[in-house]
Design a protein around this ligand. Structure first.
Ligand code: FAD
Ligand code: GLY
Length: 382
């Protein structure tokens, strides 16, 4: 497989992560990216590595995959930082999920019981105990769950480092190069059509985030069920007296909506995010920003005085069951790595290792088997 030509559609964390692993193994890899690499969802994200805080009772395969990816993070960061000499802002202080109103604490208790039942590493804290860890928390915080193992990375630094690592290993990156069509002949993918003509390849990997279902040429039966899910975000600049260290997430039984606050090493405090099913709309809306600020203020009243330095939106690539779509397709030589929804930054290492292994060995591992595209046709009884 090493001598084969591999073509990746999409230069976000997923495309670049896979590309880096393959280029490291000596494969000839080309990425086509329709805009600037890393400026899609990978730029917009909060960078939380939170298998626990994002856990759902009906998503146990995803929880397992997320934990496997998290376990790979320290080695991934070490290797990426060493190769590129770029720090990527990995922080292991942990996450506090807090409740503010009495009703929030009931919801928090419910989540805590679920986490315990799932055998996850969580600790129950009183409001006072939570404030001993983060003194800027509101005096109204009634209780918290501490998730010491839910970490974070600066996703913007990570995607820039991935681009550098990929290119320095000989990977080719064509930016402003939109893949218009996947070319399939007799059930086999033979390459793609871009504005510059046909680009032949022995293997094509679709990693185009929320746009993965938009590319022409795929038979209807294998169009990946991926949709855009809008998130509005903002960033504040922390001050010495309001310097948060843990990721803070709120649960809300009622109004306002839950938010998260992610402190970066450079002093930025990223606050997110709305979750909106509005197609490809990326407008920033006053109501969204108001809700985020309201939620952040309830959790950490001191944010009232901080400068607001950036606002933005991003589109999560959500699949029909919120889990990624990984592996072979019924079309020979066409592989999917898409649909990572809320956890694509967390899932980058496992996706990159497993998809590159699949390309190099032609074998689907047990790790990614549950995330095969065919689970959707099985669900529909086809
Ligand atoms: P993208 O980064 O969107 O990359 C896809 C790329 O494909 C884009 O650059 C696009 O230009 C390119 N492309 C599209 N069509 C074509 C084409 N036809 N030809 C060529 N190129 C094409 N995840 C976490 O783990 N933790 C978080 O805290 C977190 N927070 C998030 C907050 C928000 C607001 C959002 C939006 C997402 C968040 N996520 C988080 C999710 C995470 O960002 C995504 O799952 C992840 O970035 C997906 O990576 P990707 O490479 O598949 O997609
Ligand atoms: N995982 C955080 C988000 O998607 O907003």
């Amino acid at each position: 497989m090493k001598n084969k030509k591999i073509l990746i559609i999409g230069g976000g964390v997923i495309g670049l992560g896979i590309g880096w692993q393959l280029a490291k193994a000596g494969a000839a890899v080309t990425i086509h990216e329709s805009g600037q690499a890393g400026r899609g969802a990978s730029w917009a994200a909060g960078g939380m590595l939170g298998p626990i805080a994002e856990a759902h009772i009906d998503e146990l395969d995803l929880l397992k995959l997320s934990n496997q990816s998290l376990a790979r993070y320290p080695e991934w960061v070490d290797e990426l930082e060493t190769e590129t000499e770029m720090p990527i802002g990995y922080r292991a202080e942990g996450t506090l999920i807090i409740g503010i109103q009495p009703d929030d604490s009931y919801q928090l208790k419910h989540a805590f019981t679920l986490y315990k039942d799932l055998g996850l590493n969580v600790e129950w804290l009183s409001g006072q105990e939570a404030r001993e860890i983060e003194s800027a928390l509101s005096p109204y915080v009634t209780a918290a769950i501490r998730c010491e193992t839910d970490h974070q990375v600066d996703n913007r630094l990570m995607v820039q480092a991935l681009q550098r690592a990929y290119e320095s290993r000989g990977g080719v990156l064509h930016q402003n190069s939109t893949v218009e069509r996947v070319v399939i002949e007799n059930g086999t993918a033979t390459g793609v059509q871009t504005q510059d003509g046909f680009q032949g390849a022995d293997v094509c990997i679709l990693a185009a985030g929320c746009w993965s279902g938009q590319i022409n040429g795929l038979p209807n039966s294998i169009i990946p069920p991926v949709r855009p899910v809008k998130g509005q975000m903002l960033a504040l600049q922390m001050r010495e007296d309001i310097m948060i260290k843990n990721v803070i997430r709120t649960v809300k039984a009622r109004y306002p909506m839950p938010v998260y606050l992610v402190p970066r090493t450079d002093g930025r405090l990223v606050v997110g995010a709305t979750t909106e099913e509005l197609g490809f709309d990326t407008d920033l809306i006053v109501g969204g920003i108001y809700e985020l600020l309201h939620g952040a203020f309830e959790a950490v009243p001191g944010v009232y005085e901080l400068p607001l330095i950036e606002t933005w939106t991003g589109l999560r690539p959500g699949s029909s069951d919120n889990a990624p779509i990984l592996g072979k397709t019924p079309v020979e030589n066409l592989i999917y790595a898409t649909g990572h929804y809320r956890n694509g930054i967390l899932l980058t290492p496992i996706t990159a290792y497993e998809i590159s292994k699949l390309v190099l060995t032609d074998e689907t591992s047990e790790t990614i088997a549950p995330f095969h595209l065919d689970r959707f046709s099985k669900e529909q009884g086809i």
